[in-house]
Design a protein around this ligand. Structure first.
Ligand code: C6P
Length: 420
């Protein structure tokens, strides 16, 4: 950790100096279309702080080599940095050991790994995988594929008009044929926070394992996988200030031990002969081929950055800004908020009058305001709300009330453009 970051350290007593954290993100001081950038698309991908950019650059300049393979010094340095990041992940999400942390390319790969390596071998006709109606496509399509491969069925727990999933509906879905429950912690399209701990308990009471899609949770709320007691937990580095191309699958060791490898290749083996192959120990059994070393090193550094701030501080700050965002949006005429759950994190979707979300996004971009528009890879959510897509503002720890004001001003201008 560098000195600048040490000097920014807060405790949990409310001395959160957001402006100094914001200053750590160089991209936030650039202009877009002649206006200072307002970045409200961190749910798609967050920006990188200097410490992460510098760590990746330093690795590329002074340590780059392949990991786990060489006796030479650079290979040792690269391996130490890469494995050091794994240790940081263990602590950050409260895993029991480094054997439980599989490094993947992101949430999507993590979920596909579980679908193919855990679910496929145990599924047959009459079995069920259960998901909810608010899932991202990455937590739908891998299950549709494995159902096609095995004859199992996909069952979907409904949401209500606020974008919530009720525990009663979860319980109602958990019958004797369910082999896995796969559920988001935070919805990327609606921002709803699901009661994951309670959901896991209900599933475990019926001996059903649970995968949690934590892509939109880990950057915003404190996560402790042992406290949640989930069996699998998936997330992506690039939504938590690391570069693209790294992600994590947490799995309980006793379950991972029994699963066959997902992909074959270098590093996931102990011995290979034409007569047969023995697989490497955990977590390497699931890490075939040369990994995205620099991105994983960046992820280790982004975890150091978040840890120094404190996830409770991040959550509280983002919650304040989200409340402000929602209340300011509500002041606009013909505003329809989509996703009004009682418990939410970091995301607000909306429709303004009859303006198509893509038009809205384009007009905001002309004013330097970046939001995401469309179906957000959650088409079933759009079907439920009977909209083609939404405009979505999503927050990270670097956003503040001024960003919200700029977006509201831009929306008012967009409204004028469409009225004239
Ligand atoms: N959601 C969004 O704009 P990958 O692409 O593997 O890093 O993450 C996939 C994914 C899985 N689950 C959830 C809940 C997600 O939000 C995402 C990514 C981005 O909302 C890009 S579509």
């Amino acid at each position: 950790m560098n000195t600048a970051q040490n000097s920014m350290q807060d405790d949990d007593t409310g001395t959160f100096d957001m402006e100094s954290y914001r200053a750590e993100f160089p991209i936030l001081s650039r202009e877009i279309n002649g206006c200072p950038l307002v970045y409200l698309d961190s749910a798609a991908s967050s920006q990188l702080p200097n410490t992460v950019i510098n760590a990746v650059s330093e690795y590329q300049k002074t340590k780059h080599a392949n990991v786990h393979r060489g006796v030479h010094t650079l290979s040792h340095l690269a391996t130490d940095a890469y494995e050091g990041a794994r240790d940081s992940i263990v602590d950050f999400i409260g895993a029991a050991s480094r054997s439980e942390i599989i490094l993947t390319s992101g949430t999507t790969e993590s979920i596909n790994l579980v679908a193919q390596s855990f679910a496929r071998p145990i599924l047959g006709s009459g079995d069920k995988i259960v998901i909810t109606q608010l899932e991202h496509h990455s937590n739908i399509v891998p299950w549709q594929l494995v159902c096609e491969q095995t004859g199992a069925e996909l069952h979907v727990i409904p949401i209500n008009e606020r974008g919530e999933v009720s525990l009663d509906d979860v319980v109602a879905a958990l019958d004797d044929n369910v082999r896995l429950l796969a559920v988001a912690y935070v919805s990327n399209a609606l921002g709803s926070i699901l009661p994951i701990k309670e959901i896991v308990k209900e599933a475990h009471d019926r001996s059903i394992p649970v995968l949690v899609d934590g892509a939109q949770a880990v950057p915003h709320i404190p996560v402790d996988v042992q406290d949640l007691d989930c069996d699998f937990f998936a997330f992506s580095g690039h939504k938590m200030f690391a570069p693209t191309g790294s992600g994590v699958l947490y799995g309980k060791e006793n379950i991972l031990e029994k699963m066959p490898p997902y992909k074959g290749g270098g590093d996931m083996i102990l011995e290979v002969h034409f007569e047969g192959t023995t697989y490497n120990e955990l977590p390497y059994k699931f890490e075939a081929g040369t990994p995205n070393i620099s991105s994983v090193i960046g992820l280790g550094e982004s975890i150091a950055f978040l840890t120094a701030i404190g996830m409770r501080n991040v959550y509280d700050h983002e919650n304040r800004v989200l409340d402000y965002l929602t209340s300011q949006l509500s002041t606009l005429d013909e505003m329809r908020l989509i996703g009004t759950a009682a418990k939410k994190a970091s995301v607000q979707s909306f429709m303004l009058a009859d303006i198509h979300p893509h038009d809205l996004g384009t007009i905001l971009d002309h004013q330097g305001v970046a939001i995401r528009t469309g179906h957000h890879c959650a088409m079933p959510v759009m079907d439920y709300f009977a909209v083609p897509g939404t405009a979505r503002a999503s927050l990270a720890l670097y956003n503040n009330e001024n960003d919200v004001d700029r977006m509201i001003e831009a929306l008012v201008k967009a409204r004028e453009v469409f009225r004239s």
